[in-house]
Design a protein around this ligand. Structure first.
Ligand SMILES: Cc1cc2nc3c(=O)[nH]c(=O)nc-3n(C[C@H](O)[C@H](O)[C@H](O)COP(=O)(O)OP(=O)(O)OC[C@H]3O[C@@H](n4cnc5c(N)ncnc54)[C@H](O)[C@@H]3O)c2cc1C
Length: 66
């Protein structure tokens, strides 16, 4: 998701790579990857990882879940 611009990331239809499929779901997933990479580069000690709502719950949906 990194671009040729310093600290520039991209996602969605504007990006291209081998096997790229331009779909809403593709761009949505790429955004999570782009943000994770950007955060890690800006704050090297911080690593974020997209998580499964199956195991984390969806915030505010189920009483008692985070
Ligand atoms: C006819 C058609 C049917 C499709 N059907 C499906 C489908 O059934 N299912 C599916 O998953 N995908 C479908 N897609 C693909 C899907 O629409 C795209 O993959 C998705 O919209 C890409 O999202 P995006 O945010 O990357 O780009 P976009 O949705 O194109 O958003 C980019 C935005 O940036 C804006 N923009 C451009 N230049 C600038 C600028 N200089 N400054 C500010 N803003 C700017 C544009 O106006 C636009 O709003 C279809 C696409 C087409 C064309």
């Amino acid at each position: 998701m990194k671009t040729s611009l310093e600290r520039g990331w991209a996602c969605g239809d504007i990006t291209t790579f081998a096997g790229k499929v331009k779909l809403i779901a593709t761009g949505f997933a790429e955004s999570a990857v782009a943000v994770a990479q950007a955060v890690h580069e800006i704050r090297p000690k911080t690593k974020i990882q997209p998580k499964y709502s199956t195991t984390t719950g969806v915030p505010g949906v189920v009483a008692g879940q985070p």
